[in-house]
Structures are given as structure tokens and as C-alpha cells.
Ligand binder design. Structure first.
Ligand code: CUA
Length: 324
């Protein structure tokens, strides 16, 4: 029934109200000026119509007050829009530190999701209420876009790099998940649902089924692929120490310094020659075609977990791997 169709999606996340308030403001300003301009258009057409064949308008030299007014007021209004929307945008770009991590891989035409604890889902995402959830996303093929209207979040998912977004659900329920970037024939079928549960219910769901956490799946892979033969923990290996790597400054052979983030680790696995750590030889083979996007995320989760165990001191000191 058309009468059952809601005009707006539910407000099911903490930012939903803020995004809507901004949207109503933009709509209000637009409606106000649309009506004002329409009324003035009609009024002026009548008031200043040509009354006879010899009618000539008076020349106007300019009106400083009027010109200042119609410059300053729109400037003020657009600055309000800019600051307001930028503050929401920045908030959505910065997941809180206590966020739960979920990894998302888009492919033609499905969403594959992995939880840190090891639970894997397709086209479904289970999350608890009252906890921020950070999504780290990439694509196996073309550009997709992760869109949950009820949460008011939308983020492009790109091949070859990681993008992130976050939300905090406030109401249990099932919400639409859409792909909102045209990605081929079945784009319209690339849909799913986000299932928001009470925290206790979610804990039960999370504990059922997962055999292996993401990090330990990554550790298994790390050994299977032979990474352990070069990346030793003591810094005596042919490859850099990976403990405490993520978030750390890394000095490269070309003299530049970068912060080792997820995208850097991913690139170093697929294209090891791109950025060589200072003091090391370019001897690492590529793993392109040998590991899937999901496995890359597992490897990254493992390297991250290594940092959490004993890497705090190294991370705090900003130490660069020595040796080689
Ligand atoms: Cu994926 Cu549209």
C-alpha cells in the first residue's frame, strides 16, 4: 500500500537525527527562496509591466545597501551550510576508538562481511545496539557503494584501497543495505540487510558458529604462505619486523616516511616493490592472485593483533625496523 510507504527511512543510528536536521534546514532554505523568488517574479511582472508603447524605464545607477544585503545574507547562509555539513562529515570520517571492527568486501554482486571474531556473512550484517561499528571496506572488482538509509551512511567501496565508515545503531530491527553505485547487470540485486540486535542477543549470535578468529585465520595464512621465513619477530630476518607495524611511521629506501596503514600493508603484499623499507632488499615476491581480498583482511587483522600483544612500546617510540 502506498500509504504504508514512509516518506523518510527510520532514524536508526546516532547520526540519523543530525543528518536529517541538516537536510530539513537545506530543504527549508531552498523552499523559502523558491517561494520568495516566485512571488517576486509575479509581483514585479505586474508592478513594472509595460504600460504603453512609449513606456521607458528609469535608469538605476546602483544601490549599495541592497547589493551588500544580497551578498552578505547568502554568504552567511552558505557558510552555515558549509560548517554544519562539514562537522557531520568529519564526524563520520572518524570512528570512535572503541568501535567494533567489521571488514567488508564488495564483489559483483554481493557483500561479504567478516567479524574480528571470525563470523562471516553474505549480504547480512549483524550488529549490536549502543556500540559504534567501524567498517573497513574494499572491492574485488569494480566500484560499489555501501548504503544503509536508516543509518544515514553511504560510502564508496573501491578496488585497490580501503575506505572506512562507521555507525552506532540505536534501535533493534532489520534495515535495508543497498549498493548505490552502478556496478553491472545485477547491481539492483546487490542488496542485503543489517540486523541490529540487543547486546546480549548479539553476543550469543557472535559466539555461535565461528571456528577461528580473523587474526588467527590470518596467522595460519601467514605461516602457509611462508611469510614467517623472512618476517621474524626479532628483527634478524630478511624482511622488516611486523609487530606493532600498523599506525607506525616507516622510513622507506627512497628517503620518504609514511604511516603504515591498512592500504600500505595491502600494497606491500600485492606489490612489494612499491615501497621498500629502508635497510631492506627488494626481494619479496608478489602475492597477487594468491590471496583474495578477504584473506588480505585476515592477514592485516593478524598483523594488527601482533601489535596489540607486545608492540605498544615500539609503537609509542615510533621505532623503525632495524637490520637488513
Ligand atoms: Cu555493487 Cu552496485
Amino acid at each position: 500500500m502506498l500509504s504504508n510507504l514512509p516518506l523518510f527511512p527510520q532514524q536508526a543510528s546516532t547520526v540519523a537525527k543530525e543528518v536529517d536536521a541538516l537536510f530539513y534546514f537545506l530543504m527549508g532554505v531552498s523552499a523559502f527562496f523558491a517561494v520568495l523568488i516566485a512571488i517576486l517574479l509575479i509581483f514585479f511582472s505586474v508592478r513594472y509591466r509595460r504600460r504603453s508603447a512609449t513606456d521607458r524605464p528609469h535608469a538605476i545607477e546602483g544601490a549599495l545597501h541592497l547589493e551588500l544585503l544580497w551578498t552578505i545574507i547568502p554568504f552567511g547562509i552558505t557558510m552555515i551550510m558549509f560548517v554544519w555539513s562539514a562537522s557531520i562529515y568529519i564526524k563520520l570520517q572518524r570512528p570512535p576508538d572503541n568501535a567494533i571492527q567489521v571488514f567488508v568486501v564488495g564483489k559483483q554482486w554481493m557483500w561479504k562481511l567478516q567479524h574480528i571474531e571470525g563470523q562471516r556473512e553474505i549480504n547480512e550484517l549483524h550488529v549490536p545496539t549502543g556500540r559504534p561499528v567501524k567498517l573497513t571496506m574494499t572491492s574485488e572488482d569494480v566500484i560499489h557503494s555501501f548504503y544503509v538509509p536508516a543509518f544515514r551512511i553511504k560510502q564508496d567501496v573501491l578496488p585497490g584501497r580501503y575506505t572506512t565508515t562507521w555507525f552506532e545503531a540505536i534501535k533493534p530491527g532489520t534495515y535495508h543495505l543497498f549498493c548505490t553505485e552502478y556496478c553491472g547487470t545485477q547491481h539492483s540485486g546487490m542488496i542485503g540487510s543489517v540486523i541490529v540486535m540487543e547486546p546480549a542477543e548479539f553476543a550469543t549470535w557472535l559466539s555461535g558458529g565461528a571456528k577461528q578468529s580473523l587474526a588467527s585465520a590470518g596467522e595460519t595464512l601467514f605461516q602457509q604462505l611462508g611469510c614467517t621465513s623472512c618476517h621474524l619477530d626479532q628483527g634478524t630476518g630478511r624482511g622488516p619486523v611486523l609487530t606493532g607495524l600498523l599506525g607506525r611511521q616507516v622510513q622507506l629506501t627512497n628517503g620518504t616516511t609514511i604511516v603504515a596503514d591498512e592500504t600500505y600493508v595491502r600494497e606491500s603484499i600485492l606489490n612489494p616493490q612499491a615501497k621498500i623499507v629502508a635497510g631492506y632488499q627488494p626481494i619479496m615476491p608478489t602475492f597477487k592472485g594468491l590471496v583474495s581480498e578477504e584473506q588480505l583482511l585476515q592477514l592485516i587483522a593478524y598483523i594488527k593483533a601482533k601489535g596489540a600483544v607486545g608492540g605498544d612500546a615500539a609503537a609509542a617510540g615510533g621505532a623503525v625496523p632495524q637490520g637488513g
